[in-house]
Design a protein around this ligand. Structure first.
Ligand code: GLU
Length: 284
């Protein structure tokens, strides 16, 4: 089967070397068997996405010698598809509105055992009349009732091309948000709807998104969408093993480009595991 892969950056900042590795791996996975490499701009977060970052991303990819196939897909143009998916899940009784503020959630999570990651389920227990009244007048997000969703979907697994078959455990992540107060869909919902829409067969992305794949697998089951195969690659770190991020000084691709670095030569070095001094890539 010819692989269809995608690179799906969020245009909330400049790309750095870690993004380059992700884009190269996704691109090469498609090219290895004559497939297609797609580019999707994940710009549903209207408050943080910037057009100048979109332009920078396209320029970075061209500079690295990574040509994508077809038109660029912008998530901001796909809101109707996310709304339809939300309606499907609502109609199945798997979503509930959440009125909590960030501060309220943080407070309820600062339990004696230290912070836990999952939402405590406060708004799941609001009685129906009160919920209807609040829905009419208050800003709200939509959360998935994870226990109900997992019960409805039954046991699920997904396959990582490197690590093999993996039993999905979305319950561990609690009632995640599928539509935010300030954005009409969450990352989880949009990515699942769009991977299916674009016919993506192989998702190649960083290991930081491995846990998210459990949620994505569940949403695919609930929305009757196909499940791609996955490949989560290790994240680039600094020499001390710290994950690279803009805040700890990862060089942006734009800066390397401006310094006159040869893009295709850099891409070849990254493919061969030859990293700039001060960087490391743990093996899978
Ligand atoms: N937009 C996500 C990010 O920039 C990546 C999405 C994905 O590869 O699934 O982190």
């Amino acid at each position: 089967m010819n692989a269809v892969t995608r690179f799906a950056p969020s245009p909330t900042g400049k790309l750095h070397l870690g993004h380059a590795i992700s884009a190269i791996r996704s691109h090469d996975r498609a090219r290895a068997d004559g497939g297609h490499f797609l580019l999707r701009i994940e710009d549903i977060d209207g408050t943080r996405s910037r057009p100048e970052h979109v332009a920078g991303i396209l320029e970075d990819l061209r500079w690295l010698g990574l040509a994508w196939d077809g038109e660029v897909l912008f998530q901001s143009a796909r809101l109707a598809a996310y709304a339809a998916a939300l309606e499907t899940l609502k109609a199945r009784g798997l979503l509930y509105p959440c009125f909590c503020t960030r501060a309220e959630i943080a407070q309820s999570l600062s339990a004696p055992h230290g912070p836990i990651a999952a939402y405590p389920g406060t708004c799941r227990h609001i009685d129906p009349d009160r919920r209807a009244a609040r829905l009419a007048g208050e800003e709200h997000a939509w959360r998935i009732d994870m226990a109900a969703a997992v019960a409805s979907a039954g046991p699920l697994a997904w396959t990582d091309e490197i690590a093999g078959s993996h039993r999905a455990d979305p319950l561990a992540q609690g009632d995640v948000v599928l539509a935010r107060k300030d954005a009409p869909a969450s990352y989880h919902l949009a990515v699942v709807v769009d991977d299916a829409h674009q016919g993506v067969t192989h998702v190649v992305r960083g290991a930081d998104l491995r846990a998210a794949t459990d949620i994505h697998r569940l949403l695919q089951a609930l929305l009757a969408l196909p499940t791609p195969s996955y490949r989560h690659h290790p994240l680039l770190t600094d020499a001390d093993g710290q994950r690279l991020a803009k805040r700890n000084g990862a060089p942006t691709l734009a800066a390397l480009r401006a310094d006159g670095v040869d893009g295709p030569a850099l891409a070849e070095d990254l493919r061969a595991g030859r990293l700039p001094i001060g960087f490391a890539l743990p093996s899978a």
